[in-house]
Design a protein around this ligand. Sequence first.
Ligand code: FAD
Ligand code: DLZ
Ligand code: SF4
Length: 520
Amino acid sequence: MANTPSSSNGALLLPVLGDQLTPTLASLAAGERSRDVVLMMEVADETTYVRHHKKKIVLILSAMRHFAEELRAAGWQVDYVRLDDPQNTGSFDGEIARAARRHAVRRIVLTEPGEYRVECLLRGIAARTGLAVEILPDTRFLCSRKSFAGWAKGRKLLRMEDFYRAMRKRTGLLMDGDKPVGGTWNLDKENRKPAQRDLMMPRPPRFAPDAMTREVMDVVRTRFDNHFGDLEPFWFPVTRTDAATAQRAFIDSALASFGDFQDAMLTGEPFLYHSVLAPALNIGLIDPLTLCRDVEAAWRAGRVPLNAAEGFIRQIIGWREYVRGIYWMTMPDYLDHNALEARRALPDFYWTGETDMACLAHAIGQTKAEAYAHHIQRLMVTGNFALLAGVDPKAVHEWYLMVYADAFEWVELPNTLGMSQYADGGFLGSKPYAASANYISKMSDYCRGCRFDPKARTGPRACPFNFLYWDFIGRNEARLSDNQRMAMIYASWRKMPAADKLAISEAARGFLDRVAPLPE
Ligand code: FAD
Ligand code: DLZ
Ligand code: SF4
Protein backbone atom coordinates (compact mmCIF):
# COMPACT_ATOMS: atom_id res chain seq x y z
CA MET A 1 0.00 0.00 0.00
CA ALA A 2 3.00 2.36 -0.06
CA ASN A 3 3.03 5.26 -2.50
CA THR A 4 4.33 4.31 -5.91
CA PRO A 5 6.64 7.11 -7.05
CA SER A 6 7.14 7.25 -10.77
CA SER A 7 8.46 9.54 -13.45
CA SER A 8 5.89 8.65 -16.06
CA ASN A 9 6.45 11.78 -18.11
CA GLY A 10 3.58 12.43 -20.48
CA ALA A 11 1.21 10.43 -18.32
CA LEU A 12 -2.20 11.50 -17.11
CA LEU A 13 -3.03 11.79 -13.43
CA LEU A 14 -6.39 10.17 -12.69
CA PRO A 15 -7.59 11.10 -9.18
CA VAL A 16 -10.35 8.75 -7.96
CA LEU A 17 -12.42 9.98 -5.01
CA GLY A 18 -13.83 7.94 -2.14
CA ASP A 19 -17.26 7.55 -3.73
CA GLN A 20 -15.91 6.74 -7.22
CA LEU A 21 -14.90 3.14 -6.59
CA THR A 22 -16.03 1.81 -9.97
CA PRO A 23 -13.67 0.26 -12.55
CA THR A 24 -15.75 1.65 -15.45
CA LEU A 25 -15.51 5.22 -14.07
CA ALA A 26 -15.40 7.75 -16.96
CA SER A 27 -11.92 9.04 -16.05
CA LEU A 28 -10.49 5.51 -15.85
CA ALA A 29 -12.04 4.69 -19.21
CA ALA A 30 -10.28 7.78 -20.60
CA GLY A 31 -6.88 6.65 -19.33
CA GLU A 32 -4.39 3.94 -20.24
CA ARG A 33 -3.25 1.50 -17.60
CA SER A 34 0.22 1.07 -19.07
CA ARG A 35 0.88 4.82 -19.01
CA ASP A 36 -1.26 6.72 -16.49
CA VAL A 37 -1.27 7.03 -12.72
CA VAL A 38 -4.37 6.62 -10.57
CA LEU A 39 -4.30 8.77 -7.43
CA MET A 40 -6.36 7.89 -4.37
CA MET A 41 -6.23 10.12 -1.30
CA GLU A 42 -7.25 9.74 2.31
CA VAL A 43 -7.43 13.36 3.44
CA ALA A 44 -8.20 14.94 6.80
CA ASP A 45 -10.42 17.67 5.29
CA GLU A 46 -12.80 15.00 4.00
CA THR A 47 -12.78 12.87 7.15
CA THR A 48 -13.59 15.87 9.35
CA TYR A 49 -15.50 18.55 7.37
CA VAL A 50 -18.40 17.09 9.28
CA ARG A 51 -17.76 14.62 12.08
CA HIS A 52 -18.92 11.56 10.15
CA HIS A 53 -20.18 8.47 11.96
CA LYS A 54 -17.23 6.16 12.73
CA LYS A 55 -18.71 3.38 10.59
CA LYS A 56 -19.03 5.75 7.60
CA ILE A 57 -15.30 6.55 7.77
CA VAL A 58 -14.41 2.84 8.01
CA LEU A 59 -16.69 2.08 5.07
CA ILE A 60 -15.13 4.69 2.80
CA LEU A 61 -11.45 4.26 3.73
CA SER A 62 -11.59 0.47 3.74
CA ALA A 63 -13.48 0.35 0.43
CA MET A 64 -10.91 2.80 -1.02
CA ARG A 65 -8.01 0.58 0.06
CA HIS A 66 -9.72 -2.51 -1.35
CA PHE A 67 -10.44 -0.70 -4.61
CA ALA A 68 -6.79 0.33 -4.94
CA GLU A 69 -5.92 -3.38 -4.74
CA GLU A 70 -8.60 -4.21 -7.32
CA LEU A 71 -7.15 -1.62 -9.71
CA ARG A 72 -3.58 -2.84 -9.16
CA ALA A 73 -4.67 -6.40 -9.86
CA ALA A 74 -6.17 -5.10 -13.11
CA GLY A 75 -2.81 -3.62 -14.10
CA TRP A 76 -3.15 0.02 -12.99
CA GLN A 77 -0.38 1.95 -11.28
CA VAL A 78 -2.05 3.35 -8.16
CA ASP A 79 -0.52 6.04 -6.00
CA TYR A 80 -2.39 5.69 -2.70
CA VAL A 81 -1.91 8.42 -0.08
CA ARG A 82 -2.83 7.37 3.43
CA LEU A 83 -4.08 9.60 6.21
CA ASP A 84 -0.94 8.95 8.27
CA ASP A 85 1.49 9.85 5.44
CA PRO A 86 3.63 12.59 7.07
CA GLN A 87 3.65 14.57 3.79
CA ASN A 88 -0.17 14.45 3.48
CA THR A 89 -1.45 18.03 3.03
CA GLY A 90 -4.94 17.03 4.21
CA SER A 91 -6.86 18.25 1.17
CA PHE A 92 -7.84 16.98 -2.29
CA ASP A 93 -6.31 19.96 -4.09
CA GLY A 94 -3.11 19.81 -2.01
CA GLU A 95 -2.68 16.09 -2.74
CA ILE A 96 -3.49 16.39 -6.42
CA ALA A 97 -0.95 19.22 -6.81
CA ARG A 98 1.68 17.20 -4.93
CA ALA A 99 1.05 14.07 -7.02
CA ALA A 100 1.12 16.07 -10.26
CA ARG A 101 4.67 17.16 -9.36
CA ARG A 102 5.66 13.70 -8.15
CA HIS A 103 4.65 12.05 -11.41
CA ALA A 104 5.45 14.93 -13.76
CA VAL A 105 2.09 14.47 -15.47
CA ARG A 106 0.92 16.50 -18.45
CA ARG A 107 -2.79 16.56 -17.67
CA ILE A 108 -5.27 15.74 -14.90
CA VAL A 109 -8.49 13.89 -15.75
CA LEU A 110 -11.26 13.50 -13.17
CA THR A 111 -14.83 12.29 -13.03
CA GLU A 112 -17.21 14.95 -11.72
CA PRO A 113 -17.50 14.68 -7.93
CA GLY A 114 -20.69 14.09 -5.98
CA GLU A 115 -20.55 17.35 -4.03
CA TYR A 116 -20.60 20.99 -5.07
CA ARG A 117 -18.02 21.87 -2.41
CA VAL A 118 -15.57 19.35 -3.90
CA GLU A 119 -16.25 20.46 -7.45
CA CYS A 120 -15.26 24.04 -6.49
CA LEU A 121 -11.99 22.67 -5.07
CA LEU A 122 -11.27 20.61 -8.17
CA ARG A 123 -11.99 23.51 -10.51
CA GLY A 124 -9.27 25.48 -8.70
CA ILE A 125 -6.60 22.89 -9.45
CA ALA A 126 -5.78 24.12 -12.95
CA ALA A 127 -4.76 27.49 -11.50
CA ARG A 128 -2.86 25.84 -8.66
CA THR A 129 -0.85 23.41 -10.85
CA GLY A 130 -0.75 25.23 -14.17
CA LEU A 131 -1.89 21.97 -15.78
CA ALA A 132 -4.93 21.28 -17.90
CA VAL A 133 -7.72 19.71 -15.84
CA GLU A 134 -10.55 17.85 -17.49
CA ILE A 135 -13.70 16.90 -15.55
CA LEU A 136 -15.82 14.22 -17.23
CA PRO A 137 -19.54 13.51 -16.60
CA ASP A 138 -20.23 10.73 -14.12
CA THR A 139 -21.76 8.06 -16.37
CA ARG A 140 -22.67 5.85 -13.41
CA PHE A 141 -25.83 7.90 -13.08
CA LEU A 142 -28.63 7.17 -15.53
CA CYS A 143 -29.50 10.83 -16.07
CA SER A 144 -26.64 13.27 -16.60
CA ARG A 145 -26.76 16.74 -15.05
CA LYS A 146 -27.22 18.16 -18.57
CA SER A 147 -30.01 15.76 -19.42
CA PHE A 148 -31.84 16.60 -16.15
CA ALA A 149 -31.55 20.32 -16.90
CA GLY A 150 -33.04 19.57 -20.35
CA TRP A 151 -35.95 17.68 -18.78
CA ALA A 152 -36.55 20.49 -16.26
CA LYS A 153 -36.42 23.32 -18.80
CA GLY A 154 -39.75 25.05 -19.32
CA ARG A 155 -41.58 22.98 -16.68
CA LYS A 156 -43.52 24.86 -14.01
CA LEU A 157 -43.42 21.91 -11.62
CA LEU A 158 -40.55 19.43 -11.43
CA ARG A 159 -42.62 16.44 -10.31
CA MET A 160 -40.73 13.26 -9.44
CA GLU A 161 -43.54 11.17 -10.94
CA ASP A 162 -43.14 12.81 -14.38
CA PHE A 163 -39.37 12.37 -14.24
CA TYR A 164 -39.77 8.73 -13.17
CA ARG A 165 -42.04 7.93 -16.12
CA ALA A 166 -39.54 9.49 -18.50
CA MET A 167 -36.80 7.35 -16.92
CA ARG A 168 -38.90 4.19 -17.25
CA LYS A 169 -39.29 4.93 -20.96
CA ARG A 170 -35.64 5.79 -21.38
CA THR A 171 -34.31 2.67 -19.62
CA GLY A 172 -37.09 0.33 -20.80
CA LEU A 173 -37.36 -0.97 -17.22
CA LEU A 174 -40.75 -2.59 -16.49
CA MET A 175 -42.08 -1.51 -19.87
CA ASP A 176 -44.31 -3.28 -22.34
CA GLY A 177 -43.49 -1.35 -25.49
CA ASP A 178 -44.34 2.24 -24.57
CA LYS A 179 -46.75 1.19 -21.75
CA PRO A 180 -45.89 0.33 -18.15
CA VAL A 181 -46.14 -3.40 -17.43
CA GLY A 182 -49.42 -4.21 -15.69
CA GLY A 183 -50.90 -0.95 -17.03
CA THR A 184 -49.95 1.20 -14.00
CA TRP A 185 -46.84 3.34 -13.54
CA ASN A 186 -46.83 3.58 -9.77
CA LEU A 187 -48.13 1.02 -7.25
CA ASP A 188 -47.29 3.05 -4.14
CA LYS A 189 -50.84 2.77 -2.79
CA GLU A 190 -50.25 -0.96 -2.25
CA ASN A 191 -47.08 -0.27 -0.28
CA ARG A 192 -48.36 1.00 3.06
CA LYS A 193 -48.90 -2.04 5.24
CA PRO A 194 -47.80 -2.02 8.88
CA ALA A 195 -45.44 -4.97 9.57
CA GLN A 196 -46.16 -7.87 11.89
CA ARG A 197 -43.42 -9.38 14.01
CA ASP A 198 -42.16 -12.32 11.98
CA LEU A 199 -39.64 -14.90 13.12
CA MET A 200 -38.53 -15.31 9.49
CA MET A 201 -37.60 -11.64 9.06
CA PRO A 202 -34.67 -11.50 6.60
CA ARG A 203 -31.45 -9.82 7.74
CA PRO A 204 -28.85 -8.23 5.47
CA PRO A 205 -25.70 -10.41 5.27
CA ARG A 206 -22.90 -9.36 7.62
CA PHE A 207 -19.33 -9.37 6.35
CA ALA A 208 -16.62 -9.95 8.95
CA PRO A 209 -13.88 -7.28 8.71
CA ASP A 210 -10.71 -8.59 7.03
CA ALA A 211 -7.19 -7.47 8.01
CA MET A 212 -7.39 -4.36 5.80
CA THR A 213 -10.70 -3.26 7.35
CA ARG A 214 -9.40 -3.98 10.85
CA GLU A 215 -6.42 -1.74 10.17
CA VAL A 216 -8.77 1.09 9.16
CA MET A 217 -10.87 0.44 12.28
CA ASP A 218 -7.71 0.98 14.36
CA VAL A 219 -7.12 4.31 12.60
CA VAL A 220 -10.71 5.38 13.31
CA ARG A 221 -10.47 4.22 16.93
CA THR A 222 -7.43 6.40 17.52
CA ARG A 223 -8.13 9.43 15.31
CA PHE A 224 -11.92 9.75 15.34
CA ASP A 225 -12.91 8.49 18.74
CA ASN A 226 -14.86 11.72 19.40
CA HIS A 227 -17.04 11.22 16.30
CA PHE A 228 -20.67 10.08 16.59
CA GLY A 229 -21.60 6.41 16.54
CA ASP A 230 -20.46 2.92 17.43
CA LEU A 231 -17.43 1.56 15.61
CA GLU A 232 -18.27 -2.09 16.24
CA PRO A 233 -19.63 -4.36 15.01
CA PHE A 234 -18.64 -3.28 11.48
CA TRP A 235 -20.18 -5.48 8.78
CA PHE A 236 -20.90 -3.41 5.65
CA PRO A 237 -19.57 -4.81 2.35
CA VAL A 238 -16.37 -2.98 1.33
CA THR A 239 -15.53 -4.95 -1.83
CA ARG A 240 -17.39 -5.38 -5.12
CA THR A 241 -17.67 -9.12 -4.49
CA ASP A 242 -19.27 -8.69 -1.06
CA ALA A 243 -21.57 -5.95 -2.36
CA ALA A 244 -22.74 -8.37 -5.10
CA THR A 245 -23.45 -10.97 -2.38
CA ALA A 246 -25.50 -8.39 -0.44
CA GLN A 247 -27.41 -7.49 -3.61
CA ARG A 248 -28.23 -11.15 -4.34
CA ALA A 249 -29.29 -11.77 -0.73
CA PHE A 250 -31.66 -8.81 -0.86
CA ILE A 251 -33.28 -9.93 -4.12
CA ASP A 252 -33.57 -13.55 -2.91
CA SER A 253 -34.90 -12.95 0.58
CA ALA A 254 -36.27 -9.44 1.20
CA LEU A 255 -37.37 -7.91 -2.11
CA ALA A 256 -40.65 -9.85 -2.32
CA SER A 257 -41.95 -7.99 0.78
CA PHE A 258 -40.11 -4.70 0.12
CA GLY A 259 -43.20 -3.05 -1.38
CA ASP A 260 -45.77 -4.19 1.16
CA PHE A 261 -43.78 -3.06 4.20
CA GLN A 262 -41.82 -0.14 2.78
CA ASP A 263 -43.39 2.33 5.22
CA ALA A 264 -43.51 0.05 8.27
CA MET A 265 -41.44 0.38 11.47
CA LEU A 266 -40.90 -2.26 14.16
CA THR A 267 -39.08 -2.17 17.47
CA GLY A 268 -35.78 -4.07 17.27
CA GLU A 269 -36.00 -4.49 13.47
CA PRO A 270 -33.82 -1.77 11.98
CA PHE A 271 -33.82 -3.18 8.44
CA LEU A 272 -37.21 -4.89 7.89
CA TYR A 273 -37.41 -5.61 4.14
CA HIS A 274 -35.13 -2.77 3.05
CA SER A 275 -32.07 -3.48 0.93
CA VAL A 276 -29.42 -1.60 3.00
CA LEU A 277 -27.63 -1.25 -0.33
CA ALA A 278 -27.36 2.57 -0.35
CA PRO A 279 -23.87 2.64 1.27
CA ALA A 280 -22.44 0.32 -1.42
CA LEU A 281 -24.42 2.01 -4.22
CA ASN A 282 -23.30 5.50 -3.27
CA ILE A 283 -19.58 4.69 -3.19
CA GLY A 284 -19.74 2.84 -6.51
CA LEU A 285 -19.57 -0.84 -5.50
CA ILE A 286 -23.00 -1.56 -7.02
CA ASP A 287 -24.17 -0.42 -10.44
CA PRO A 288 -27.71 1.05 -10.21
CA LEU A 289 -28.86 -0.08 -13.66
CA THR A 290 -27.62 -3.66 -13.19
CA LEU A 291 -29.38 -3.74 -9.82
CA CYS A 292 -32.66 -2.59 -11.40
CA ARG A 293 -32.32 -5.10 -14.23
CA ASP A 294 -31.77 -7.90 -11.69
CA VAL A 295 -34.87 -6.75 -9.77
CA GLU A 296 -36.91 -6.71 -12.98
CA ALA A 297 -35.63 -10.20 -13.86
CA ALA A 298 -36.79 -11.48 -10.44
CA TRP A 299 -40.29 -10.13 -11.20
CA ARG A 300 -40.31 -11.56 -14.74
CA ALA A 301 -39.31 -14.94 -13.30
CA GLY A 302 -42.32 -14.75 -10.94
CA ARG A 303 -40.14 -14.61 -7.83
CA VAL A 304 -41.39 -11.24 -6.54
CA PRO A 305 -44.65 -9.32 -7.00
CA LEU A 306 -44.89 -6.27 -9.23
CA ASN A 307 -45.54 -3.82 -6.38
CA ALA A 308 -42.16 -4.84 -4.89
CA ALA A 309 -40.18 -4.60 -8.13
CA GLU A 310 -41.84 -1.37 -9.23
CA GLY A 311 -41.53 0.19 -5.76
CA PHE A 312 -37.82 -0.61 -5.60
CA ILE A 313 -36.97 0.45 -9.16
CA ARG A 314 -38.84 3.74 -8.57
CA GLN A 315 -36.52 4.54 -5.65
CA ILE A 316 -33.44 4.07 -7.81
CA ILE A 317 -34.29 5.43 -11.26
CA GLY A 318 -36.86 7.84 -9.85
CA TRP A 319 -35.96 9.33 -6.49
CA ARG A 320 -32.20 8.73 -6.53
CA GLU A 321 -31.68 10.28 -9.96
CA TYR A 322 -34.27 13.01 -9.38
CA VAL A 323 -32.72 14.35 -6.16
CA ARG A 324 -29.30 14.37 -7.83
CA GLY A 325 -30.71 16.42 -10.70
CA ILE A 326 -32.33 18.88 -8.28
CA TYR A 327 -29.09 19.18 -6.28
CA TRP A 328 -26.92 20.12 -9.25
CA MET A 329 -29.57 22.43 -10.68
CA THR A 330 -29.95 24.44 -7.48
CA MET A 331 -26.58 24.50 -5.74
CA PRO A 332 -25.12 26.48 -4.05
CA ASP A 333 -28.29 28.50 -3.28
CA TYR A 334 -30.21 25.42 -2.15
CA LEU A 335 -28.12 25.17 1.03
CA ASP A 336 -29.39 28.52 2.32
CA HIS A 337 -33.12 27.94 1.98
CA ASN A 338 -35.18 28.28 5.15
CA ALA A 339 -38.73 28.86 3.91
CA LEU A 340 -40.36 28.23 7.30
CA GLU A 341 -37.81 30.44 9.12
CA ALA A 342 -36.93 27.61 11.49
CA ARG A 343 -34.29 28.66 14.03
CA ARG A 344 -34.31 26.27 16.95
CA ALA A 345 -31.33 24.17 18.04
CA LEU A 346 -31.14 20.46 17.28
CA PRO A 347 -32.10 18.68 20.53
CA ASP A 348 -29.21 17.02 22.40
CA PHE A 349 -30.98 13.66 22.23
CA TYR A 350 -30.20 13.49 18.49
CA TRP A 351 -26.65 12.70 19.62
CA THR A 352 -27.48 10.29 22.46
CA GLY A 353 -30.86 8.74 21.69
CA GLU A 354 -31.73 9.44 25.32
CA THR A 355 -35.36 10.53 25.31
CA ASP A 356 -38.64 9.19 26.68
CA MET A 357 -40.15 9.39 23.19
CA ALA A 358 -39.81 5.75 22.19
CA CYS A 359 -39.95 6.28 18.41
CA LEU A 360 -37.09 8.79 18.51
CA ALA A 361 -35.09 6.70 20.99
CA HIS A 362 -35.34 3.70 18.63
CA ALA A 363 -34.56 5.58 15.40
CA ILE A 364 -31.63 7.50 16.89
CA GLY A 365 -30.30 4.55 18.94
CA GLN A 366 -30.26 2.43 15.80
CA THR A 367 -28.58 5.24 13.84
CA LYS A 368 -25.85 5.40 16.47
CA ALA A 369 -25.36 1.61 16.40
CA GLU A 370 -25.68 0.95 12.66
CA ALA A 371 -25.13 4.26 10.78
CA TYR A 372 -28.45 3.24 9.20
CA ALA A 373 -32.14 4.01 9.47
CA HIS A 374 -34.65 3.29 6.77
CA HIS A 375 -36.52 5.94 4.83
CA ILE A 376 -39.64 6.20 6.97
CA GLN A 377 -37.62 6.46 10.17
CA ARG A 378 -35.59 9.30 8.57
CA LEU A 379 -38.65 11.05 7.15
CA MET A 380 -41.45 10.45 9.62
CA VAL A 381 -39.62 10.13 12.95
CA THR A 382 -36.38 12.16 13.15
CA GLY A 383 -37.21 14.40 10.16
CA ASN A 384 -40.83 14.94 11.18
CA PHE A 385 -39.85 15.83 14.75
CA ALA A 386 -37.25 18.40 13.60
CA LEU A 387 -39.78 19.90 11.16
CA LEU A 388 -42.53 20.19 13.80
CA ALA A 389 -40.06 21.58 16.36
CA GLY A 390 -38.79 24.25 13.93
CA VAL A 391 -35.13 23.21 14.07
CA ASP A 392 -32.74 25.20 11.86
CA PRO A 393 -32.62 23.18 8.58
CA LYS A 394 -28.83 23.61 8.30
CA ALA A 395 -28.36 21.86 11.65
CA VAL A 396 -30.73 19.10 10.53
CA HIS A 397 -28.82 18.78 7.23
CA GLU A 398 -25.46 18.48 9.00
CA TRP A 399 -26.85 15.80 11.31
CA TYR A 400 -28.08 13.64 8.42
CA LEU A 401 -24.82 14.13 6.52
CA MET A 402 -22.85 12.96 9.55
CA VAL A 403 -24.80 10.04 10.88
CA TYR A 404 -25.64 7.79 7.90
CA ALA A 405 -23.11 5.60 6.09
CA ASP A 406 -24.83 6.38 2.79
CA ALA A 407 -24.80 10.17 3.27
CA PHE A 408 -23.31 12.24 0.46
CA GLU A 409 -24.52 15.77 -0.01
CA TRP A 410 -25.99 15.30 -3.53
CA VAL A 411 -28.55 12.84 -2.16
CA GLU A 412 -28.76 13.84 1.50
CA LEU A 413 -29.37 17.59 1.06
CA PRO A 414 -32.48 17.52 -1.20
CA ASN A 415 -33.96 14.75 0.94
CA THR A 416 -33.33 16.66 4.17
CA LEU A 417 -33.78 20.29 3.27
CA GLY A 418 -36.43 19.71 0.61
CA MET A 419 -38.43 16.57 1.22
CA SER A 420 -38.13 16.40 5.00
CA GLN A 421 -37.85 20.01 6.24
CA TYR A 422 -39.80 21.84 3.51
CA ALA A 423 -37.07 24.49 3.71
CA ASP A 424 -37.20 24.98 -0.08
CA GLY A 425 -40.83 26.12 0.22
CA GLY A 426 -42.25 23.21 -1.78
CA PHE A 427 -39.83 23.07 -4.72
CA LEU A 428 -39.25 19.34 -4.21
CA GLY A 429 -42.37 18.19 -2.37
CA SER A 430 -45.88 19.56 -2.72
CA LYS A 431 -46.58 19.65 1.02
CA PRO A 432 -44.63 19.29 4.26
CA TYR A 433 -44.19 15.75 5.61
CA ALA A 434 -45.65 16.83 8.95
CA ALA A 435 -47.60 14.26 10.96
CA SER A 436 -48.97 13.77 14.45
CA ALA A 437 -48.54 10.62 16.57
CA ASN A 438 -51.38 8.99 14.66
CA TYR A 439 -49.07 8.19 11.72
CA ILE A 440 -46.35 6.63 13.89
CA SER A 441 -48.91 4.73 15.91
CA LYS A 442 -50.46 3.30 12.71
CA MET A 443 -47.21 2.38 10.97
CA SER A 444 -45.17 1.07 13.93
CA ASP A 445 -45.34 -0.66 17.29
CA TYR A 446 -43.24 2.05 18.98
CA CYS A 447 -46.15 3.67 20.84
CA ARG A 448 -46.91 0.45 22.75
CA GLY A 449 -43.62 0.79 24.60
CA CYS A 450 -43.80 4.53 25.16
CA ARG A 451 -44.69 6.50 28.28
CA PHE A 452 -46.66 9.00 26.15
CA ASP A 453 -50.19 8.49 24.88
CA PRO A 454 -50.39 8.80 21.07
CA LYS A 455 -54.06 9.80 21.35
CA ALA A 456 -53.57 12.64 23.87
CA ARG A 457 -53.03 16.17 22.54
CA THR A 458 -52.53 17.97 25.83
CA GLY A 459 -52.11 16.97 29.47
CA PRO A 460 -49.31 15.16 31.32
CA ARG A 461 -49.21 12.09 29.00
CA ALA A 462 -49.76 13.97 25.75
CA CYS A 463 -47.48 12.75 22.97
CA PRO A 464 -45.22 15.68 21.98
CA PHE A 465 -45.81 14.86 18.29
CA ASN A 466 -49.46 15.88 18.82
CA PHE A 467 -49.11 19.32 20.39
CA LEU A 468 -46.06 20.04 18.20
CA TYR A 469 -48.04 19.08 15.10
CA TRP A 470 -50.90 21.47 15.83
CA ASP A 471 -48.49 24.17 16.95
CA PHE A 472 -46.68 23.75 13.60
CA ILE A 473 -49.98 24.09 11.75
CA GLY A 474 -50.92 27.23 13.71
CA ARG A 475 -47.46 28.80 13.55
CA ASN A 476 -47.26 28.36 9.76
CA GLU A 477 -50.85 29.26 8.87
CA ALA A 478 -49.86 32.28 6.77
CA ARG A 479 -47.32 30.24 4.82
CA LEU A 480 -49.22 26.99 4.30
CA SER A 481 -52.96 27.52 4.42
CA ASP A 482 -53.18 28.37 0.69
CA ASN A 483 -51.78 24.95 -0.17
CA GLN A 484 -54.70 22.89 -1.56
CA ARG A 485 -53.22 19.70 -0.08
CA MET A 486 -53.41 21.28 3.40
CA ALA A 487 -57.00 22.52 3.03
CA MET A 488 -58.61 19.85 5.24
CA ILE A 489 -56.06 20.32 8.01
CA TYR A 490 -56.60 24.08 8.04
CA ALA A 491 -60.37 23.58 8.04
CA SER A 492 -59.95 21.51 11.26
CA TRP A 493 -57.52 24.05 12.71
CA ARG A 494 -60.00 26.89 12.16
CA LYS A 495 -62.75 24.95 13.90
CA MET A 496 -60.60 24.24 16.96
CA PRO A 497 -61.73 26.16 20.10
CA ALA A 498 -59.46 29.06 21.03
CA ALA A 499 -58.81 27.53 24.47
CA ASP A 500 -57.49 24.33 22.83
CA LYS A 501 -55.25 26.36 20.55
CA LEU A 502 -53.86 28.21 23.53
CA ALA A 503 -53.22 24.99 25.47
CA ILE A 504 -51.41 23.53 22.45
CA SER A 505 -49.24 26.55 21.93
CA GLU A 506 -48.33 26.72 25.66
CA ALA A 507 -47.46 23.01 25.75
CA ALA A 508 -45.34 23.36 22.62
CA ARG A 509 -43.53 26.49 23.83
CA GLY A 510 -42.67 24.98 27.22
CA PHE A 511 -41.48 21.72 25.68
CA LEU A 512 -39.45 23.34 22.87
CA ASP A 513 -37.76 25.92 25.08
CA ARG A 514 -36.50 22.97 27.11
CA VAL A 515 -35.36 20.56 24.35
CA ALA A 516 -34.68 22.82 21.34
CA PRO A 517 -34.02 26.36 22.57
CA LEU A 518 -33.98 29.36 20.26
CA PRO A 519 -30.54 30.96 19.84
CA GLU A 520 -29.83 33.87 22.23
P1 FAD B 1 -34.17 0.93 0.35
O1 FAD B 1 -35.36 1.27 1.13
O2 FAD B 1 -33.83 -0.49 0.18
O3 FAD B 1 -34.33 1.63 -1.08
C1 FAD B 1 -33.56 1.22 -2.21
C2 FAD B 1 -32.68 2.30 -2.72
O4 FAD B 1 -33.44 3.34 -3.29
C3 FAD B 1 -31.79 2.96 -1.70
O5 FAD B 1 -30.62 2.20 -1.45
C4 FAD B 1 -31.48 4.30 -2.37
O6 FAD B 1 -30.39 4.18 -3.25
C5 FAD B 1 -32.73 4.57 -3.19
N1 FAD B 1 -33.61 5.53 -2.51
C6 FAD B 1 -34.70 5.27 -1.77
N2 FAD B 1 -35.30 6.42 -1.39
C7 FAD B 1 -34.54 7.41 -1.88
C8 FAD B 1 -34.62 8.83 -1.82
N3 FAD B 1 -35.62 9.46 -1.18
N4 FAD B 1 -33.66 9.54 -2.42
C9 FAD B 1 -32.64 8.94 -3.08
N5 FAD B 1 -32.52 7.61 -3.17
C10 FAD B 1 -33.46 6.86 -2.59
N6 FAD B 1 -30.41 8.30 0.80
C11 FAD B 1 -29.09 8.21 0.56
O7 FAD B 1 -28.67 7.37 -0.25
N7 FAD B 1 -28.19 9.01 1.21
C12 FAD B 1 -28.60 9.96 2.11
O8 FAD B 1 -27.77 10.67 2.67
C13 FAD B 1 -29.99 10.08 2.39
N8 FAD B 1 -30.45 10.97 3.29
C14 FAD B 1 -31.79 11.06 3.55
C15 FAD B 1 -32.23 12.02 4.47
C16 FAD B 1 -33.58 12.13 4.74
C17 FAD B 1 -34.06 13.17 5.71
C18 FAD B 1 -34.50 11.27 4.09
C19 FAD B 1 -35.94 11.39 4.38
C20 FAD B 1 -34.07 10.33 3.20
C21 FAD B 1 -32.71 10.21 2.90
N9 FAD B 1 -32.23 9.27 1.96
C22 FAD B 1 -30.88 9.20 1.71
C23 FAD B 1 -33.16 8.42 1.19
C24 FAD B 1 -33.46 7.04 1.82
O9 FAD B 1 -33.90 7.22 3.14
C25 FAD B 1 -32.24 6.12 1.80
O10 FAD B 1 -31.76 6.01 0.47
C26 FAD B 1 -32.56 4.72 2.28
O11 FAD B 1 -33.11 4.78 3.57
C27 FAD B 1 -31.30 3.86 2.27
O12 FAD B 1 -31.58 2.59 2.80
P2 FAD B 1 -31.73 1.31 1.88
O13 FAD B 1 -30.53 1.17 1.03
O14 FAD B 1 -32.10 0.18 2.76
O15 FAD B 1 -32.92 1.74 0.95
C1 DLZ C 1 -16.76 11.13 3.10
C2 DLZ C 1 -15.32 10.90 2.76
C3 DLZ C 1 -14.40 10.64 3.78
C4 DLZ C 1 -14.83 10.45 5.19
N1 DLZ C 1 -13.09 10.51 3.52
C5 DLZ C 1 -12.65 10.59 2.23
C6 DLZ C 1 -11.26 10.47 1.91
O1 DLZ C 1 -10.40 10.37 2.78
N2 DLZ C 1 -10.92 10.49 0.61
C7 DLZ C 1 -11.82 10.62 -0.40
O2 DLZ C 1 -11.44 10.56 -1.57
N3 DLZ C 1 -13.14 10.81 -0.11
C8 DLZ C 1 -13.56 10.79 1.17
N4 DLZ C 1 -14.89 10.98 1.46
C9 DLZ C 1 -15.83 11.33 0.36
C10 DLZ C 1 -15.73 12.85 0.04
O3 DLZ C 1 -15.86 13.60 1.23
C11 DLZ C 1 -16.81 13.36 -0.90
O4 DLZ C 1 -18.06 13.07 -0.33
C12 DLZ C 1 -16.79 12.76 -2.24
O5 DLZ C 1 -15.55 12.94 -2.83
C13 DLZ C 1 -17.88 13.37 -3.17
O6 DLZ C 1 -17.57 14.62 -3.59
FE1 SF4 D 1 -43.48 8.47 19.51
FE2 SF4 D 1 -45.61 9.64 20.61
FE3 SF4 D 1 -45.74 7.10 19.87
FE4 SF4 D 1 -44.29 7.82 21.98
S1 SF4 D 1 -46.50 7.98 21.78
S2 SF4 D 1 -43.67 6.41 20.34
S3 SF4 D 1 -43.48 9.80 21.31
S4 SF4 D 1 -45.43 8.85 18.53
